[in-house]
Structure formats: C-alpha cells, structure tokens
Design a binder for this molecule. Structure first.
Ligand SMILES: [Zn+2]
Length: 297
C-alpha cells in the first residue's frame, strides 16, 4: 500500500524519506489516460511532491511543483498538501516517444532539457513564495535536487522511479529523498559521502519495490552502515479536491464580461477539472446567476 517512511540518522545530520506510490501513479495514469512518457514524468513528480508534502509543518500548507521544459510533454504540474495528498497533470499526456537505448522510458526527452523547475510553498499563512531554477536533465529527480541545492542551499539526494508495464499501467512507483539537516556537524561530509556511495550501489528504486521492499527496507539500503531510526509512517495518495464551488470561483474570476460572452453563445458551458477530468456543466441560467454574483462583488 502507498506510504511514506521518515527516518533520521542517530547523529541528527540526515533526514530520509522513502515512498511507495504505485497506487497513486496508477490512479493518475487512469485519470489522465496517459502514455508511458507522461505517466513516468508525472508519476516521478507526484512522488517527489508527496515526500515534500511530508516536510510541511503547517497542516494548511501546500507545495506546487511546476516543470516546464522544451519537450513535447509541455507543463508538468504537481500539488501536495501537508498530508501528502497529491494531484497533478501533464499538458500533453498522449506524447509517445521511443524507448531510450538502455530500454528506459525517455522522460528527459519528453520533458526537455531547456527550461525551468519552479517550486511554490504556500504555508497557509502569509504570501506563498517560490524558487525557480534551470532544468538539469528533465529526468525530474536531478532537477528537484538542483532546486534544493540552488534555491534552498540544502544538499539533497533524490531517487524517483516509475515502472510502466507493456499495457501502459504502472507496475511500481516510488522514491527516496535524503536531506542534510541545517546546522552542520563536523562529520556531516563523511556521512553524506557514505550515503552517496550507498546510493550508487543500491538497485534502482523500481527494482527494489518490484522485489518486495517496504519503505523501511528502502531507507535501510540508502542508510546502510549508518545508525538511524524510522520516526514515522504516513499515508499518501492521489486526491483531487475540486468542487462545484471551486469551479464557480474560477469561472467568476474571468469576469462578468467574459461570462456574458459564454452565455450569449447559448447552450452549456463545460469546464473540465485538469486534475481529475471531472466535468462541470453550466447552463445559461446558472451562468446568469454567476454574473449576478460577480457584479455584486
Ligand atoms: Zn478534480
């Protein structure tokens, strides 16, 4: 079952997150009817977002990751709340690219290597803030690592993986994230070097999950030879929080004039949720009511 384990090394230097997100990525694939390149790119981004959601301290906080490269997938967007409920989409989910020479899905080719990754923190109070850095490879994990290094000055190691089966359904998905805690101790560099060595030698994240590894097992591999404690397990999953009310607010935000134009076209106006593809329809009477509400403001 999808979950995130959070561990800390006994010296307090490193915090490690491991996630299994197979059900989440399966649901995303189904909702967006995506081809493997988009499934892998979005699945990796959602998995990263879920682990970042576990770092949020305010229960009303949220994080939005936007990846915009020059590849055919267009924008990839993922949102998480503080409970690691995630949602997201890729602009062009039906991009089809040949596999790379090593047999892997060409995520970097789909995302592109020129562009940016932007992460917005909304702490639920005050103004949200965002940091934007250039893409490194379009493979998502390296790009998120670059974001942490350049925008937050936090040394981080990230692994993300989605294995898509021949039918297009994700077989396994997950990831890990290792972060150096602020307030560096004298042995931090040594510990970090040891973890980097471990990461080089462990099987890929999808291989580990395919062979039955739990999130604790993944942490055990990443932190092999380093004393640590698993502090917490939490649930994670795909969840859209759209509602008629939210969609009405979005419609009202385009202004009375635009709404009148829609009404004059007659018939029904259809709005599809980008995250779950749910359809919301508005007839002319409903649009009229929204126009009245807009002008009352
Ligand atoms: Zn929705």
């Amino acid at each position: 079952m999808d979950n995130i384990a959070i561990a800390i090394t006994n010296d307090g230097a490193l915090r490690v997150y491991a996630a299994i997100t197979t059900d989440m990525v399966r649901q995303a694939q189904k909702l967006h009817n995506s081809y493997p390149v988009a499934t892998a790119a979005l699945g990796r981004t959602l998995t990263g977002a879920a682990m970042m959601g576990a770092m949020l301290k305010n229960p009303n906080g949220s994080i939005t990751i936007q990846i915009k490269g020059d590849g055919p997938l267009g924008l990839i967007l993922a949102v998480t709340d503080a409970d690691s409920n995630v949602r997201g989409y890729a602009s062009n989910p039906d991009v089809d690219l040949p596999l790379r020479k090593d047999g892997k899905i060409d995520v970097g080719g789909g995302v592109g290597t020129q562009g940016y990754i932007s992460v917005t923190h909304d702490h639920g109070v005050g103004e949200p803030y965002s940091g934007t850095v250039k893409l490194v490879s379009g493979e998502i994990a390296e790009d998120l690592t670059a974001y942490y290094a350049q925008s937050e000055q936090t040394p981080t190691a990230i692994g993300l993986g989605v294995l898509v089966g021949v039918t297009g359904v994700p077989e396994v998905a997950g990831g890990f994230l290792v972060q150096l805690m602020p307030g560096r101790g004298p042995d931090d560099d040594k510990i970090l070097a040891k973890v980097e060595e471990n990461i080089k030698n462990i099987p890929s994240i999808t291989k580990m999950i395919s062979s039955g590894f739990t999130t604790d097992d993944i942490i055990g591999k990443v932190l092999e030879g380093i004393e640590h404690n698993v502090l917490e397990h939490r649930k994670t999953g795909y969840r859209c929080n759209c509602s008629l009310e939210r969609v009405e607010r979005v419609l009202m935000s385009i202004g009375a004039e635009e709404l009148k134009k829609l009404m004059d076209e007659g018939g029904e106006t259809e709005v599809n949720c980008s995250f779950c593809d749910k359809k919301y329809t508005f007839d002319t009477v409903q649009l009229q009511a929204l126009i009245r509400k807009t002008s009352k403001k």
